[in-house]
Design a protein. Structure first.
Length: 81
């Protein structure tokens, strides 16, 4: 299970292959412990993610959940407002 901080820092390439297709499963490292975390996406979560990536025009190096605020320039959303 990912902590909120780790989820907010995910990049597009963590969940997609080199064709841009969203995986059913992926892996990332937890920032606090450095241990591997497996991400499993069911269809109910995967379909909206596919739509979000396509509609937002995100690429492999982009943060999956970047801020839309212009004053911080698309940096990742943080838990602190």
């Amino acid at each position: 299970m990912l902590r909120a901080m780790d989820f907010l820092m995910l990049r597009v390439e963590v969940g997609t292959d080199h064709y841009g297709e969203v995986f059913e499963e992926g892996q990332t490292r937890r920032s606090k412990t450095g241990t591997e975390a497996q991400i499993v996406l069911k269809d109910k979560a995967r379909d909206p993610l596919v739509n979000w990536i396509a509609e937002s025009g995100k690429f492999a190096g982009d943060n999956l959940l970047a801020s839309l605020r212009k004053d911080i320039g698309g940096k990742p959303i943080t838990r602190v407002q």
